[in-house]
Design a protein around this ligand. Structure first.
Ligand code: SF4
Length: 490
């Protein structure tokens, strides 16, 4: 049912950021649904560049699937491929491989497919099932044969063991066994389904296009096909959309207060998306405003580290009154140009991707605004480039609090020992990066920027902020079983 192309290696110069691992998309009620899914996945490409897949259903040819390594635009634009994906219902997935899963195989590329007595179902998910290892062990003991290393496959096997009479009912049964932070799109021959975990950590939105419905990780991927944003799928909600266009809302999980990922606002989501009723761009700009209030410094220029630092730098400049300038230019076409970089090219590192505008920087006290500091390796190189260009001072302002804890909810994070903020105080990081000053936005400031006037108030709506606070709203069971110690917030 599927085939593959050669897999490009992970980007060799871009390993100092947290990476969202997946984006999901689903369409029903539209002719050539797979073409819409391909466009949606293209708009979600920032959420995963390693591989993508689409499954569609057509009454004449049944379920059809294509899974490929590489960018959506390089695969799912070819008529010869898209013609193999007919039908009015389709789902798709883009993924990013984590450092620990290098050498991933096509068998790990979603969507996954299962054949049940009442028909087939395909499923794709964004996030992480935190008890997947325990479930997998249990299922294997009871005879399940896994074909991939993905935790998504657990859901298929749990559905296979359910005695419920319909696929949506089996999905509900399966969901009651899984813990974690995830958004799911799934399909049968006639239905499109969407699920958000009990806390709504990972995003999923609903859109409408003509007589059809669309599910997407982000609203920007509704815009690309001209779909109307209807609403977010609620935390703990499962929607089942039938071929006649009717939509049923189910509640497979015990009701809990929402804890959506706050880092989506800082970095993962596209700035043109709407998240939690707020413009991502406007939130990022407001983060810059808060940062300027919390961490002012005398300087001549506010300069973003492209691209995700740009809205926060605009906000910082507006609030501080210090001129804004694009002192660093990103090479948009770097992509995967160097498939197998030599050591000499590897040493050029960040210079291949970013270049400093000397004419703007020379002789100035520069405030660099970046979205995060993970390992700190890129920050060091950028400081060198700015000083080489003749800057008098370099001040880093970071649009997120110190990232001191790993994410277990579907985001690729280095292990704790590699996180700069897990091992150093802010002053030590400043000395380590050898900059004139370094300041991070506070957690309260970040909450204010996403609209919580009182900051991080336990009585007000909360977000998942575990990578900053170490308070994990869903206990990462598999990691705890391996000895990881967390401050469970539940
Ligand atoms: S740990 Fe951080 S990145 Fe992961 S879901 Fe929570 S806020 Fe988002």
């Amino acid at each position: 049912m599927s085939s593959c192309a050669a897999m490009p290696p992970a980007h060799p110069f871009d390993d100092d950021k947290l990476r969202e691992e997946c984006g999901v998309y689903g369409v029903t009620g539209l002719p050539e649904a797979a073409n819409f899914v391909a466009l949606g996945l293209h708009a979600l490409q920032h959420r995963g560049q390693e591989a993508g897949g689409i499954v569609s259903y057509d009454p004449d040819t049944g379920f059809n699937s294509a899974r490929r390594f590489g960018y959506v635009r390089d695969n799912f634009t070819k008529a010869s491929l898209m013609e193999t994906l007919p039908g009015t219902v389709a789902i798709g997935h883009v993924r990013y491989s984590t450092a620990g899963k290098k050498g991933a195989a096509i068998r790990d590329v979603q969507p996954f497919f299962g054949e049940f007595s009442m028909g087939g179902a395909a499923i794709a998910h964004n996030g992480n099932i935190t008890n997947a290892e325990e479930l997998r062990h249990d299922l294997i003991e009871r005879g399940s044969i896994f074909q991939s290393s993905s935790d998504t496959e657990c859901i298929i096997h749990l559905m296979a063991r359910s005695m419920a009479k319909s696929i949506p009912d089996r999905m509900e049964d399966a969901l009651r066994r899984v813990e974690g932070a995830f958004s799911i799109v799934a399909m049968t021959r006639t239905k499109l389904m969407g699920v958000r975990d009990a806390l709504g950590v990972r995003p999923l939105v609903l859109g409408q296009f003509g007589d059809g419905w669309v599910l997407s990780s982000e609203t920007c991927a509704l815009d690309i096909i001209g779909a109307r944003f209807v609403r977010e799928i609620e935390p703990g909600e499962m929607v089942v959309i039938s071929a006649d266009g009717s939509l049923e809302s189910r509640r497979p999980f015990r009701p809990k207060a929402s804890r959506s990922c706050i880092f989506e606002h800082v970095y993962f989501s596209r700035p043109d998306s709407i998240l939690g009723g707020r413009s991502v761009y406007e939130t990022r700009r407001q983060i810059g405003v808060e940062l300027a209030r919390e961490a002012p410094v005398e300087a001549d220029l506010v300069c973003p580290v492209p691209d995700s630092g740009t809205p926060a730098a605009i906000g910082y400049a507006a609030e501080s009154g210090i001129p804004f300038g694009l002192g660093i230019t990103r090479n948009q076409y770097m992509g995967r140009t160097f498939i197998e970089p030599t050591e000499q090219i590897r040493n050029m590192g960040v210079r291949l991707k970013l270049n400093v505008n000397r004419a703007l920087i020379a002789g100035k006290r520069v405030i660099l605004v970046d979205d995060s500091v993970v390992r700190g390796t890129t920050s060091q190189k950028i400081r060198e480039m700015i000083l080489d260009a003749g800057a008098k001072e370099v001040h880093f302002r970071i649009a997120s609090p110190p990232t001191a804890w790993p994410c277990f909810y579907g985001v690729d994070t280095p292990e704790r020992s590699k996180l700069l903020a897990a091992n150093m105080t802010e002053d030590e990081m400043c000395a380590h990066l050898n900059v004139d000053s370094l300041k991070f936005i506070s957690l309260d400031g970040l909450y204010r920027a996403v609209g919580e006037a009182n900051g991080r108030d336990p009585k007000a709506p909360q977000y998942c902020d575990a990578c900053f606070s170490g308070e994990y709203p869903v206990a990462p069971s598999d990691m705890i079983a391996k000895g990881f110690t967390v401050k469970a917030a539940e």
